[in-house]
Write a protein that binds this ligand. Structure first.
Ligand SMILES: [Zn+2]
Length: 140
């Protein structure tokens, strides 16, 4: 999970807190950062979802703390991978376990007839299938 920085050093992915509009803290956002020159940039694959998350807050958001790993499946996978407790697991294990977890939830939401919840779980599963290959390439 590294890429070259303009200064010649290597940037690696870390989970950072991004502060929006001085009142919203978005925790666990994957960010590339360079130790040498302190340059940092939002991880490309989550940019769109972070933008959507910020747009959803409106122009004058109330003070709040959001967990980006709960909104974004790629951030969730990186979050789990960086947790020392799960260091023995491969990205593939984590992705598989997450898919199983979501499929269980999907069964529950469907049998409860909860349409909104079912749609949310489906969109999370879609995020995983979009991101899983990249996550494997980058972290694996
Ligand atoms: Zn640099």
């Amino acid at each position: 999970m590294q890429k070259p920085c303009a200064c010649g050093h290597v940037m690696s992915v870390k989970l950072r807190t991004v502060i929006y509009s001085k009142s919203v803290e978005i925790e666990h956002v994957p960010v590339y950062s360079c130790e040498a020159c302190k340059h940092s940039e939002i991880f490309q694959e989550v940019k769109e979802e972070l933008k959507q998350c910020i747009e959803g807050l409106g122009s004058a958001p109330a003070k709040q703390v959001l967990q980006f790993n709960e909104l974004n499946e790629l951030a969730h996978i990186i979050y789990v991978v960086s947790d020392k407790e799960y260091i023995h697991l491969t990205v593939r294990d984590i992705v598989e376990e997450r898919i199983n977890q979501l499929l269980d939830l999907l069964l529950i939401s469907q049998s409860a007839g909860d349409v909104a919840w079912t749609a949310e779980i489906r969109s999370r599963l879609a995020q995983i299938s979009r991101h899983a290959v990249k996550a494997n390439d980058l972290i694996g």
